[in-house]
Design a protein around this ligand. Structure first.
Ligand code: FES
Ligand code: FES
Length: 163
């Protein structure tokens, strides 16, 4: 199948890649760009492990063709922390609240949480649970994840780091 040249803007960096038209975005992120923080769980839109932001909206990158992301702004888990020493407040809160066990769902959970808090900086517990409804976790029972996101929202609001 003939490849197409596309430009991806990922975490502020521009990449030129040649991809088959049927190649999925998650595979290009992981295999071509080496951004393996985005995980593949089900590869069919059920688990949320592959969640990234495209133009600020959370999407399943296992259901998105790479060509659909041509010249769109993508954010992956690698784009959230200011540096390895300075995690994003949502990441910090997951660590502090014990919301990570095996960690496989965590990047997708955090990207969904980022999308939620960008839209709604003060979500109720119910709204957090709804915001995570597309993300599955086999380990935590969800409560600590929900607590972590609520605490991150409070911290971001009090430090003026909303969004
Ligand atoms: S890997 Fe994309 S939703 Fe499960
Ligand atoms: S921490 Fe293991 S799947 Fe969520």
């Amino acid at each position: 199948m003939a490849k197409q040249n596309i430009e991806l803007i990922v975490n502020g960096d521009r990449y030129e890649v040649a991809v088959e038209p049927n190649r999925m975005l998650v595979d290009v992120l992981r295999e071509d760009l080496g951004l393996t923080g985005t995980k593949i769980g089900c590869a069919q839109g059920d688990c949320g492990a592959c969640t990234v932001l495209m133009d600020g909206v959370s999407i399943s990158s296992c259901l998105t063709l790479a060509v659909e992301a041509h010249q769109r702004e993508l954010t992956t888990i690698e784009g959230l922390a200011a540096s390895p020493q300075e995690l994003h407040p949502i990441q910090e809160s997951f660590v502090q609240h014990g919301a990570v066990q095996c960690g496989y769902c965590t990047p997708g959970m955090i990207m969904s949480a980022k999308h939620l808090l960008d839209q709604n900086p003060h979500p109720s517990e119910e709204q957090i649970r709804q915001g995570l409804s597309g993300n599955l976790c086999r380990c935590t029972g969800y409560n600590k994840i929900v607590e972590a996101i609520g605490a991150a929202a409070d911290k971001m609001a009090s430090s003026g780091k909303e969004g």
